[in-house]
Design a protein around this ligand. Structure first.
Ligand code: AMP
Length: 536
């Protein structure tokens, strides 16, 4: 017997209608490249979204067109996140910080019919336009008077495109399993691979994120995603914030300018933000150096890479509780979340620290397990490490245009899971250091080193060793205030804090670390740079 409930599809349009009803006057702020501010309400932004939907139809894009964006976090990109999927098309966010070769590959693989481009990226696209045969329309994300001179054929200004359209649209009732969003992930080997989300996967991810024991946004929140919309839709904030009736503050291009960001936090009374550890670290350093305070900011998600305990503790002093969120592009992106609970305060001091560094419990809907090299499930005892596998309605079952994957998705992360369901990432499979046949957790060593006040950034990589096959090498960006810091001091600082045989054989100082296009430290590049490293 079938249940007698209405068959109402879970599609992105329902987020828009809901927010238009419960949060029509809630603000959607965005900061332009020149620092000036655009102030809209959700009601204004959805009226503009309707105009954009009409414009997409007038461009005669096909019904399942992939529409590419190369853009920062701002209100125009927000509008594209709704108009493209809600007209049945696929919003393909392209990471403009990738190498041009990768960008060209991605646009061609997706067969994008139109590109919406921030003026800053137009020169890069001009240089490859002849090699992008599927693209028929080029739109600059600016007003008519900001339209740059360009060799792109019939380049139009976004505001001109919207100017002559009506601000109502007859939205179609779309199947919830219809494709909605496309984002490529640049793996370590081979070409980037497309992760194709659906209306249903986006809606379910946002509903699960918004549970009180997870990110739990409310209509009191003012949310500022520093994670880019071109990387898995800023962890879905353009969808989950309006779903919760929370306000959105979009920071525009200058996300790594900590002074500008803290200024925006104070001006707009931001309560919640999301960023990778490198950006939180920049904010922390700025607050320490300038004495600025950010009283409205209560909580933040630190994710995309492991953050050091010291950073959590420093941000506590600034009044911001950081919460660890783990995920990946293939998971739309959040899989687990470590919501700070009052019961954590009852734990012994050293366990409190351990607790915060865990990657959290799975969001409702996500199943997790750890397995050995033969695929056997391993115990959830908080000690045994294995490869993390997941299943769930917002986990990728196959890459775009590629054959299906297994029922369980192999994340390529190495983790433990404890009896309360808390998962902790100890490494990436490819970053694991195997010394004399035993695994060493680079993340745990980095975490201890980062608690030394003379260390600004620290990374541990495996380097070939004649006897042990691999040994850890510590690479450190020292803090300017500690000019006398030595390698030996740092190595002896690790004694008693990690197993003796984990202590790196050497420590090298560098001025900066290489970062990937998504703002994470690139261990791959470091391994290449230290490929011929000679142990003393
Ligand atoms: P991406 O698909 O580019 O978002 O990268 C996903 C990968 O980033 C994961 O498989 C992890 O290796 C890493 N990652 C994401 N979040 C965390 C986290 N909270 N702690 C440690 N690593 C993380």
């Amino acid at each position: 017997m079938k249940g007698l409930m209405m068959d109402v599809p879970l599609n992105i349009k329902t987020i828009m209608s809901h927010a238009a009803m419960v949060a029509a006057d809630t603000k959607l702020i965005s900061r332009r490249a020149d620092g000036s501010i655009s102030r809209l309400t959700y009601s204004d932004a959805f009226a503009r979204t309707a105009r954009l939907a009409n414009a997409l139809d007038h461009l005669e894009l096909s019904s399942e067109a992939r529409v590419g964006t190369l853009a920062w976090n701002d209100h125009r990109h927000f509008e594209l996140h709704y108009a493209i999927p809600c007209t049945g098309r696929i919003c393909h966010t392209v990471n403009p910080k990738l190498f041009p070769e990768q960008i060209k590959f991605i646009i061609n693989d997706a067969q994008d019919e139109a590109l919406f481009i921030d003026p800053q990226f137009i020169p890069m696209i001009e240089a490859m336009q002849d090699q992008l045969p599927s693209v028929k329309h080029w739109i600059a994300l600016c007003s008519a008077n900001e339209l740059p001179q360009s060799s792109l054929p019939d380049l139009q200004a976004y505001e001109n495109l919207l100017g002559c359209e009506q601000d109502s649209y007859d939205w179609p009732l779309l199947d919830e399993n219809r494709a909605s969003n496309l984002c490529y992930t640049s793996g370590t080997t081979g070409d980037p691979k497309g992760v194709l989300g659906s209306h249903r996967s986006i809606v379910l991810q946002c509903m699960s994120q918004n549970m009180a024991s997870q990110l739990g946004l409310t209509s009191e929140d003012v949310v500022m995603p520093l994670v880019p919309m071109f990387h898995v839709n800023a962890w879905c904030m353009p969808y989950s914030a309006p779903m919760a009736g929370a306000a959105l503050v979009l920071p525009g291009p200058h996300v790594s300018d900590a002074a500008a960001i803290t200024d925006l936090i104070n001006q707009e009374k931001v309560t919640f933000s999301l960023a990778v550890p490198t950006l939180w670290s920049g904010i922390n350093q700025f607050l320490n150096a300038s004495g600025t305070s950010i009283p409205s900011l209560e909580r933040g998600v630190i994710g995309g890479a492991a953050g050091a305990l010291q950073l959590y503790q420093d941000m506590d002093r600034h009044g911001v509780t950081l919460e660890n969120g783990w995920g990946m592009t293939e998971l739309s992106p959040i899989g687990s979340y470590n919501r700070y609970l009052p019961s954590h305060d009852q734990l012994p001091k050293e366990d409190q620290a351990e607790q915060r560094l865990k990657s959290g419990r799975p969001l409702f809907g996500i199943q997790m397990r750890i397995v050995d090299e033969d695929g056997n499930s391993l115990p959830h005892d908080g000690e045994t490490t294995g490869v993390l596998e997941i299943r769930g309605p917002w986990a990728c079952s196959a890459y775009y245009g590629k054959p299906r994957e297994h029922d369980w998705f192999n994340t390529g992360d190495v983790a433990t899971i404890d009896p309360s369901g808390y998962m902790r990432i100890t490494d990436r499979v490819k970053d694991v250091i195997k010394s004399g046949g035993e695994w060493i957790s680079s993340i745990e060593i980095e975490n201890v080193v980062m608690s030394h006040p003379g260390v600004r950034e620290a990374v541990v990589i495996g380097v070939a060793h004649q006897h042990w096959s691999e040994r850890p090498l510590l690479i450190v960006v020292p803090d300017d205030n500690y000019p006398t810091l030595t390698s030996d001091q740092l190595l002896s600082y690790l004694e008693g804090k990690v197993p003796k045989w984990w202590i790196p054989n050497a420590c090298e100082f560098v001025d900066t670390l290489p970062h990937t296009a998504t703002g994470k430290v690139s261990k791959k590049m470091l391994r290449e740079n230290f490929n011929h490293y000679q142990w003393a």
